[in-house]
Design a protein around this ligand. Structure first.
Ligand code: ZN
Length: 305
């Protein structure tokens, strides 16, 4: 109804104005809002949210049972005393603004969804291996907004995990982080139901983790507002980057099949399904994991773009 729409518009204006009055003087704030609107204009928020709506946890699919790839980053977190909650006696509900094992795990889930967004399809087992055996999470945590230009391994040492455990929030920065998140989520969603809540909580946890990383990278024990600004810049850049080029291609051992002419294209080393856009006949290509490729034949390999 028109009246309701006007109310929402009015609410948004009020919350925006209050935020601007309070934080306009902070360097980088207007840049974040501009990037947010850019992602809105490009329908990227909508597309990402659609991934959440349709999401089925790929690890919960019992048939066929998946062998779960182990993430180096998560293993290292555990080694440094950042434990999954089921292993902690006396576990108290985690505060979303603190970093614990679930925060690191949340980054992996977020990257899976982002990968699904950029692939334009649901993930198959080889996608999970290619993603989780890549150095992408390390790049993101160590490189933040320049995660895409690191070459080779950016190895996060034990000291990184020890430092991240000791980082604490500056009170003003925490208020800024909460109010900015609230502004953005209010803008995105008129009503918050299950998927909207999961979406906003996962994004918020990623921001919290990145803000901690930003503090660590500037050798500070405190998260200040500048770290939150950097975290949002990094998050928006990650969302807007085609991460399909940053996965570990060697786990793509299956083949592509043309949906029109049924031609097979086994993938060679260092090739991934998204390196190929279509068959020589113009047909669309579908990737089949290696477990489906037992019947592969000796057709000539075609390399296209
Ligand atoms: Zn074809």
């Amino acid at each position: 109804m028109v009246g309701e729409y006007n109310n929402r518009e009015q609410d948004l204006k009020t919350i925006y104005q209050e935020f601007i009055n309070e934080f306009n003087h902070i360097y980088g704030v207007m840049g974040i809002l501009k990037q947010f609107i850019y992602l809105w204009d490009e329908n990227i928020w909508e597309s990402l949210f659609n991934v959440y709506v349709k999401w089925k946890n790929p690890f919960n699919i019992p048939d066929p049972p998946l062998t779960i790839p182990v993430s180096l980053l998560l293993a290292q977190a555990i080694r440094n005393g950042i434990q999954p909650r089921e292993l902690i006696d006396d576990y108290q509900d985690s505060n979303v603004y603190l970093v614990d094992y679930e925060t690191f795990h949340n980054l992996h889930i977020f990257l899976e969804k982002l990968y699904s967004l950029h692939l334009g399809r649901e993930l198959v087992e080889d996608d999970l291996w290619a993603l989780h055996k890549s150095d992408l999470p390390e790049r993101v945590l160590g490189g933040l907004e320049v995660f895409d230009i690191f070459k080779g391994n950016l190895f996060l040492g034990d000291d990184f995990f020890q430092q991240i455990k000791s980082v604490i929030w500056d009170e003003e920065a925490l208020i800024f982080c909460k109010k900015l998140q609230n502004l953005l989520i209010t803008f995105l969603f008129e009503n918050k139901n299950g998927n909207e809540t999961i979406f906003s909580q996962e994004l918020e946890k990623v921001v919290v983790l990145l803000a901690h990383c930003s503090a660590v990278s500037s050798d500070s024990q405190y998260i200040i507002i500048g770290n939150v600004v950097r975290a949002y810049n990094a998050l928006f850049k990650i969302i807007n980057t085609d991460i399909t080029h940053l996965v570990n291609k060697k786990y793509y051992t299956g083949f592509l099949i043309c949906k029109d002419c049924n031609e097979f294209y086994p993938l060679l080393e260092n090739e991934s399904p998204h390196d190929f856009s279509h068959c020589s006949c113009g047909g669309g290509l579908e990737y089949l994991s290696s477990e489906n490729s037992n019947n592969s034949n000796n057709n000539q390999i075609f390399k296209g773009d």
